[in-house]
Design a protein. Sequence first.
Length: 253
Amino acid sequence: MKRYLPFLLFGLFALCMAQVPGIPDSTFPVFRANLNASLAYISSALAGKEPALGNPTVDDYVLSSKASGKRSWVPQTGGGGGGGTGNAGATVIVTNSATPTFPCPSSTAGTVVLFKLLSPLATSITSSTLSGCTGGSSLSSLLTFVFTQAASGGPYTVAMPTGFSQACQISPSPSASTTMTFAWDGTTANLISCSASAGPTISPEGATFGGDVFINTSAAGVILTDSASACWRIVAAPSTGALSTTSVSCPAF
């Protein structure tokens, strides 16, 4: 239809400028005035018409509109769907050292970051620092750490940054990769998952190792229930390893 508009306008113009057979001379000025008004209205409407947007020049652009009514194709930003807050996920490669710093590329709450060492552990990490990462009570940042044990010379251990008391101990198996994911609220890292490609991973509370129960917290022990449904904690004394029992309240699950 748009391609015929010039011809339509030209026809209306010619009609306005010429005498039309069959129309009395006395009515022609009124007729021409009406046509002129129609022509002016059409010209005004075409002048204010929004330009054709067509298709975007690249994939994944979205249509943006302004309060003025102007629309345009713009790059899509952030995640789709729910319109959440945060940034696209990022992978940060950290140089190996005994005291590394793990920097978040954005301080916006809701950031998803994967931290990986440049190469397998060559020494134990005795202390580490988290930098530039924020979170809130309603929106935490999701932080994942991957540590790969040395093929030989280890096993090495990892001391996580302040606030990561729920972290697992990394697997001691040669070349095993341990992955830990946390929800970081700006103060405390809440452990979401912990896994290893080989060998055991040991949480602060304890884990199984070769069929044995391993307790990694000082002064903690094993709570057993006797035949009378009373609970007793069994702990090992420092240095000697002598066992002792203490009556405790039975845990509620």
